[in-house]
Design a protein around this ligand. Structure first.
Ligand code: KG4
Ligand code: ZN
Length: 335
């Protein structure tokens, strides 16, 4: 089944988002209402606060997406919503609203996997991406090295054995009282710091496809405790360099190993300046393409949900209306 114009909805964590995307690539509108200010005072996302905010924000955000796209409701041919992984209460808001709209408008409902949606962000800007592709998916909840063999066909080479990369950024920032979310703050501070000031550990650097970031996080916390006078910009730059080194080295090896046509970044941490710069450098050196989605498409948004849904609907048809939220949903893999 195909549907040219899809309304995507994203409420898996702390962004309430809606977007209208045509044929999986043409973004007609993408509205993201961030709840960062609501959660900042708690130093992280509070699930109950997030669910309540989604309830209040979702319908205005959907209405804005429809107005900005300049289409009539009846032009929408399918409604897709993230149904996992994520916070169960938050997911339920988006899933319930999407099902209701699909019933009212009599169009298919598509339950989407948030991780698969992140993988599709790159296709919004580069519809003709050649595969196989190696995609480094790095967000607040996930760190995965994925080989995309073809549309909807993935192999997961490895993932984190402890903290996700974004989680390490957030925890280090929280410990240093830098605010929430930590990634963008550390990115900014690191620009003025010396990345070789402190030699933080590169865990599992030459060891398989998995990652571990809890050691570097603890090393930073211990360093700051022992040397409270160290310039915070040097700590930020050295920590960021340690994380980026491991991420890019493994992704580079994976790209060589599978003979990838390109290396692609996805997820919130893919907005990181140093990660983007280093990925570009290795791709130029090794002779394949780097795909760096724009920063707004790296962090949570609904355009990526609608893009992935365009492919899913063609392959699997509509989702049953009795499908629920699944907080621990995994990426569907081949083999
Ligand atoms: O993909 P995302 O918006 O939400 C999840 O699905 O987790 O990712 C959010 C994560 C947070 O941990 C945030 O600190 C991190 O992405 N992040 C960054 C940057 N911007 C966002 N990390 C490093 N550098 C950035 N510029
Ligand atoms: Zn995400």
């Amino acid at each position: 089944m195909t549907a040219d114009l899809i309304l995507g909805i994203e409420t898996s964590c702390d962004e309430t988002a809606a977007a209208l995307v045509a044929r999986g690539t043409d973004v007609m509108s993408s509205v993201v209402s961030s709840q960062i200010e609501l959660h900042r005072r708690y130093g992280g996302v509070v699930p109950e606060v997030a669910s309540r905010a989604h309830v209040e924000l979702l319908m205005p955000v959907v209405a804005q997406a429809i107005v900005e796209a300049g289409v009539e409701d009846r032009a929408i041919e399918a409604v897709a919503a993230t149904h996992g992984p994520g916070l169960v209460g938050a997911l339920l808001v988006g899933v319930s609203a999407a099902k209701a709209m699909s019933l009212v408008w009599d169009v298919p409902f598509v339950a989407m996997n948030h991780l698969e949606a992140h993988l599709y962000a790159a296709f919004l800007e580069e519809p003709e991406l050649e595969m196989p592709l190696v995609i480094l998916l790095v967000s607040g909840g996930h760190t995965m090295l994925v080989v995309m063999e073809d549309h909807l066909r993935y192999r997961v080479l490895g993932g984190t054995v402890d903290d996700a990369a974004g989680e390490a950024f957030d925890k280090v920032a929280r410990h240093m009282d830098l605010g929430y979310p930590g990634g963008p703050v550390i990115d900014e501070l690191a620009m003025q710091g010396n990345a070789s000031a402190i030699a933080f550990p590169r865990a599992m650097a030459n060891d398989g496809w998995d990652f571990s970031f809890s050691g570097v996080k603890t090393a930073v916390i211990n360093h700051v405790r022992k040397h409270p006078d160290t310039d915070v910009r040097d700590v930020a730059a050295s920590f960021q360099e340690a994380v980026v080194d491991v991420l890019v080295d493994k992704a580079r090896r994976a790209a060589r190993d599978v003979g990838a046509k390109g290396l692609c970044l996805a997820g919130g941490v893919a907005a990181n300046s140093r990660l983007r710069e280093k990925t570009l450098d290795v791709c130029v050196a090794d002779g394949y393409r780097a795909f760096l989605p724009s920063r707004s498409m790296c962090t949570d948004n609904a355009a990526m949900v609608a893009a992935a849904a365009w492919w899913r609907l063609q392959a699997d048809g509509p989702s049953p209306l009795d499908i629920g939220a699944n907080p621990s949903l995994r990426l569907p893999v081949i083999g």
